[in-house]
Design a protein around this ligand. Structure first.
Ligand SMILES: NC(=O)c1ccc[n+]([C@@H]2O[C@H](COP(=O)([O-])OP(=O)(O)OC[C@H]3O[C@@H](n4cnc5c(N)ncnc54)[C@H](O)[C@@H]3O)[C@@H](O)[C@H]2O)c1
Length: 278
């Protein structure tokens, strides 16, 4: 159901790779709600993914950008402002990648060159997006910027590896830049901390199926889907959330506030019985 929440709003959506991507669902929902936006991803993701199909469905264009490149970002904002004849209103940063995870390096055996690249792609790129936007004065007053995060920024989760550090940094950038951009331009910056979700990036986390089963059992409302995350992003881009800024907003069915649930305890007890041969 559409409510015209984003009628007249213009934006940029980073990170739609294929139909599973959270950014893909956000683009579809934002389009339904009346927004106009540019889609962007790296040249290789554009080649290997399906983003052109999404652009066609949303009646828009794709601009190739490596989000770690300030020059690419400058060009992107210029293209957006030319296309829309002025500033934009919202940005989704839906970008994450860990080289150490990809190469199977464990947290106590990290390659530091890989780690720097991971932090650049998954966290510092968010700062670059914000800094370029501010220098070009590319976002309207009361505009909204959202980046996607994960609870591993606060809690240790087996095998999330260096991405936990990247997410902690990402959330910190939202607070630090949120102060400056809010104070000077009334622009709000938040992170949404999403449940584990089966996407290309999500599948990179070893044992994601078991993790999703665990979080489903632990969360009173169950895991949040990518479609539900898109609904939340749309409300954050809308004028209904104008005074929300510098927050890490958990969108996880309650998981982050839980210690132990009946469903998880039941499963754990069954496992113990099997282990003890009962
Ligand atoms: N899937 C999950 O379980 C989950 C949970 C919480 C948060 N998140 C976060 O959601 C965001 C989106 O991930 P997703 O799950 O939709 O997976 P995805 O693989 O569909 O999206 C990740 C995107 O990052 C893009 N990317 C990688 N390097 C880039 C670069 N240098 N410049 C620009 N883009 C680049 C990829 O091309 C891809 O489109 C990520 O920040 C991820 O950490 C995912």
């Amino acid at each position: 159901m559409a409510y015209n929440l984003l009628k007249g709003k213009k934006g940029i959506i980073f990170g739609a790779l294929n139909e599973m991507s959270i950014a893909w669902k956000v683009a579809e929902r934002a389009y339904e709600e009346g927004a106009e936006f540019i889609l962007t991803n790296t040249p290789s993701s554009i080649r290997f993914g399906d983003i052109d199909k999404l652009a066609e469905a949303c009646n828009t264009q794709v601009v190739p950008v490596d989000a770690t490149s300030v020059a690419d970002l400058q060009n992107l904002f210029q293209v957006a402002m030319d296309k829309f004849g002025g500033k934009i209103d919202f940005i989704l940063h839906s970008i994450g990648m860990s080289l150490n995870v990809r190469k199977g390096r464990l947290y106590d055996d990290l390659d530091y060159n890989y780690m720097q690249k991971t932090l650049d792609i998954s966290a510092i790129s968010f700062h670059k997006v914000l800094q370029v936007a501010r220098k070009l004065d590319a976002i309207n007053e009361w505009g909204s910027v959202v980046a996607l995060s994960y609870v591993a920024a606060q809690r240790t989760l087996y095998r999330y590896n260096e991405m936990a550090d990247a997410k902690a940094m990402l959330e910190s950038i939202a607070r630090s830049f949120g102060y400056i951009y809010g104070r000077d331009k009334k622009i709000r910056i938040n992170t949404i901390s999403q449940s584990p979700t089966l996407t290309t990036a999500g599948s990179g986390v070893k044992g994601i199926d078991n993790l999703m089963d665990f979080t489903e059992r632990m969360s009173p409302l169950g895991n949040a889907t990518a479609e539900e995350c898109a609904d939340y992003c749309v409300t954050m881009f809308s004028d209904l959330t104008k005074k929300v800024t510098m927050q890490n907003l958990f969108h996880d069915g309650g998981f982050s506030s839980m210690g132990m649930s009946l469903k998880a305890m039941t499963m754990y007890s069954q496992g113990l019985e099997m282990e003890n041969g009962d």
